[in-house]
Design a protein around this ligand. Structure first.
Ligand SMILES: [Zn+2]
Ligand SMILES: [Zn+2]
Length: 181
């Protein structure tokens, strides 16, 4: 995903994105490491505009992914959605005198540099989407997970061993206390 720098003007250029996830190195390596798999293309819109001495690129993108629930180990699908802004400056190593960027609420604001006539957006897009991956994926908020004793999926119903183990240990402890007196 490359932008031609001299095509970016003071009025925003909108670029529709519809590209296989494998073309984004960060996403390809997530898939190679079996963290998750992507079931469709990265899609959405990127907008680029020329401002003062830099280019502002905003993205609103999503990609459908499949991953394993961290509680019940079932594979489930969810879309990773990212909205972000990247400020691209030409890499000429000017000391950063005016770093006072206007705050953008609820959006990731990233600074990056480019050289040459093209800006390759793939690394930033891949990274922004990868950051949306949950640390502990859950198939649903109320996932009951697996039984600690028999390994049954408790979302499918009770297995019969529920908390008996715990109560046994507890009553044994009580008896022990009684005997001590
Ligand atoms: Zn689950
Ligand atoms: Zn059980």
């Amino acid at each position: 995903m490359k932008l031609q720098v001299d095509h970016i003007k003071e009025t925003p250029t909108l670029v529709p994105i519809d590209q296989p996830a494998e073309q984004f190195p960060v996403l390809a390596s997530l898939q190679a490491d079996t963290v998750c798999s992507f079931t469709g293309p990265v899609s959405g819109t990127v907008s680029a505009v020329k401002e003062y001495d830099h280019l502002r690129v905003t993205g609103d993108l999503s990609v459908p992914a499949r991953m394993e629930c961290s509680r019940c180990l079932t594979s489930f699908g969810m879309a990773l959605k990212a909205r972000f802004t990247v400020i691209y400056r030409r890499d000429v190593s000017i000391p950063s005198a005016d770093e006072a960027e206007t705050e953008l609420d609820e959006q990731a604001l990233v600074s990056a540099t480019y050289s040459g006539d093209n800006i390759d957006l793939s690394p930033e897009i891949g990274e922004q989407l990868a950051m949306e991956l949950p640390l502990k994926p859950l198939c649903s908020e109320g996932c009951r997970g697996l039984c600690q004793t028999c390994g049954a999926d408790l979302n499918q119903g009770q297995c019969g061993c529920d908390s008996r183990d715990f109560s046994l240990t507890f009553s044994a402890l009580k008896d022990f206390k009684v005997q001590q007196r």
